[in-house]
Design a protein around this ligand. Structure first.
Ligand SMILES: [Zn+2]
Length: 401
């Protein structure tokens, strides 16, 4: 399965069940999927330098349109040649459209066909964000992958509301594509529809004809449980074209990566590894380790013997727990670094299992240890669904850049 455009070739190299390993070319470098994208909300992955990101195996960094347009403003970023020049991270970036953050953080004032009006969380001024304005900002930020401006309905929402919202999201997608002028940026469309199969199908029916070079699964991880979320992921990935990258937006706990990869997701992002690190938690195969608790203060071993991050190669749990207790700056930095490396290693281990044709066995063994015994029903169901072949796919066609 191979999809070729001038700049954004996506080639599936290995498939095991519905899980796959692929190469995705972008103007700032080729990445290997499945991948986890660290979130650099303000143009920085909190506490982690670009050099460290490269060392731990980060491939693509996410930037937030909402934050960067309000401060420092996209023109200043553009004056540095876009996000790579501004942040000194030399690899590929992805920017979101700003829509989700307006709705989750901004003090939303009005949502209408034209776009949204919100009150800036910085100075209280009223700001308008439309599909055209989102693309204008994203073109100035210069990421390799940019996202269509969409509405992510809250959970729970009425079916009628979700239906009208996803239809408007499609009209907004059309406006984004009409406004977009740079051909060195791949615009991904976003499939909505909440947790309802028929509405997901409607969103797919309306969105797939735009033939974008990648597709995102939006509207999930917004408050519904995992038992409701994963059937929606399963339904959607099974119906997305196999020759395009699939991005599950805003999702990135370890168990989500394994279940998502099983169902054929290629790209993930989440603030979770850095945020939980700042709160003193370390991700491990045995679950989340609380470095604020008393036990690690006496342990002369690293967070994770198998981890090759700087923190695990140099420090004991006792030292890091001491830093946490003393509220030293190095503590959140090292825990964030380890947690990001843990997720990068998790996708690397997933890729190795896919290449070896052992993903299901590997995922079950990983889950048994991580969950401390029996797999949760939602996780087991995702792995079961991953064993079922997806629906047949349409012939390969060229995407609209
Ligand atoms: Zn580590």
């Amino acid at each position: 399965m191979r999809h070729n455009t001038d700049m954004f070739e996506f080639e599936v190299q290995h498939q095991d069940g519905r899980a796959r390993v692929a190469r995705f070319a972008t103007p700032h470098g080729t990445v290997t999927t499945p991948m986890f994208m660290p979130v650099g909300t303000q143009g920085t992955v909190k506490g982690i330098s670009p050099q460290e990101l490269l060392e731990i195996g980060s491939q693509m960094i996410l930037g937030n349109t909402y934050h960067l347009m309000l401060r420092p403003g996209e023109k200043l970023v553009a004056a540095h040649g876009g996000l790579p020049g501004f942040t000194a991270y030399p690899g590929p970036f992805l920017t979101d459209s700003g829509g989700f953050q307006v709705m989750s953080l901004g003090h939303l004032r009005k949502i209408a066909e034209e776009g949204v009006v919100f009150k800036s969380h910085l100075d209280g001024s009223l700001v308008e964000l439309t599909p055209e304005r989102s693309i204008e900002v994203q073109q100035a930020l210069g990421a390799d992958v940019i996202m269509a401006f969409d509405e992510c309905p809250p959970f729970p929402a009425e079916r009628d509301y979700i239906t009208h919202s996803l239809e408007r999201t499609v009209r907004w997608l059309e406006r984004c594509l009409a406004f977009k002028s740079r051909d060195d940026q791949a615009l991904f469309a976003i499939v909505q529809g909440g947790i309802h199969s028929d509405l997901r199908q409607l969103s797919l029916d309306l969105t797939l004809p735009f033939n974008t070079p990648g597709f995102a699964i939006g509207g999930l991880a917004v408050g519904e449980g995992k038992a409701e979320m994963y059937p929606a992921v399963d339904f959607t990935t099974a119906r997305l074209p196999a020759d395009r990258p699939r991005y599950l937006m805003g999702v990135g706990h370890p168990e989500d990566l394994v279940a998502g990869i099983a169902l054929g997701v290629d790209m993930f992002d989440c603030v979770y590894p850095t945020r939980t690190g700042r709160f003193g938690y370390a991700l491990t195969d045995d679950g989340r380790l609380n470095m604020n608790s008393s036990a690690p203060r006496r342990e002369l071993r690293p967070i994770d013997e198998a981890c090759d991050c700087y923190a695990c190669r140099h420090y004991t749990r006792a030292y890091l727990a001491h830093l946490v207790r003393a509220e030293e700056l190095l503590a959140p930095r090292m825990l964030s670094l380890h947690n990001l490396r843990y997720l990068h290693r998790l996708v690397e281990r997933s890729r190795a299992a896919i290449v070896a044709g052992e993903f299901d066995v590997w995922a079950r063994a990983w889950g048994a240890r991580y969950f401390g015994g029996e797999l949760p029903q939602w996780f087991a169901a995702a792995l079961e669904a991953a064993a079922v072949q997806p629906v047949p796919l349409p012939a390969e066609t060229s995407p609209q850049l």
